[in-house]
Design a protein around this ligand. Sequence first.
Ligand code: F6R
Length: 364
Amino acid sequence: DKAGHRHFMAKEIHEQPTVSTYALAHYVDAATGLIRSEAEAVDFAQVDRLVLVACGTGHYACAIAKYWFERIARLPVECDIASEFRYREPPLSGRDAAVFVSQSGETADTLAALRYAAPHVGHVLSVVNVAESSIARESQIVLPILAGPEIGVASTKAFTSQLVTLGALAILAARQRGAIDEDEERRLVRILSEAPRKLSEAIACAPEIEAAAITLAEARDVLYLGRGPLFPLAMEGALKLKEISYIHAEGYASGELKHGPIALVDSSVPVVVLAPRDGLFEKTISNMQEVMARGGRIVLFTDAAGAEAAAEGAARVVVMPDCDPFIAPIVYAAPAQLLAYYAAAFLGKDVDQPRNLAKSVTVE
Ligand code: F6R
């Protein structure tokens, strides 16, 4: 049942404001405004390093969470794709906690990575959507994301619910490590709890996003740029576009542009910039100007302050709701998904069943 949408992917994108509240309700104690103590199965004060392993979209959720665990909890993080991790056989220690993130819980490489890590690390956690999956069964601690069945092959609501879950875990780790006090924990929980409402405001920009998507639909290549936690989101946006529209897309850290990818830029290559007005915004503006000077067409996703400062010269500007930088990668996920969705739908592609892809990758 597509609930009135043309595709499951559209339905699942629009479900995010609702579905993300399920993970929040599970991990946040509404009475105290703190992360629930049931989540305290690991004492992160006794952990020296977090190892985050996943494939595809789950890996980008991990790459975003790395910024949170490092910044909020001051916990060193190693983040890798499962297919590399399992064969690299990296050194692990009893003071490592390993977290395996998988929507299906059946991804062969992620399961193999878990089996490699389990005898060496202190704790094996999984962040899964399917609670009775193999990855869940083989982990000591299962953190459900509670996103409900995801039908569209391109992952959308699982991604934002993975982020909410990992965000809550980062706050918990910060408390246990003494990196934040109770007031700061309450403040961070309040910000994380704003994600569903902000997602809904972001989704309300659908008409502008659809117009921007038509700009992309005629391109052969598209670049996505972001800084900080929006850098992995740029890679996730590019993955969404390539998997459902078959347009070649790559995500880069904005600061890497001049180290190579800018050679690709001309008037035929749209550049999608994910840039709320944060501490690094001025740097991003100068990257945008470098693109525009070479005839590149900018599609800018920013907030009202960012649009005021930097809209000039951009081909398209989509004004996102104001939000705290902590949740920006969650809030900006929805427009990145919608951009890919509308481009693929405009091109008449099979959005829910893209060619060559399977929902659950149980072979390597
Ligand atoms: C992309 C996508 C894939 C999956 C990847 C891992 O939209 O859906 O990249 O994220 O195959 O799948 P899970 O999370 O089930 O392990």
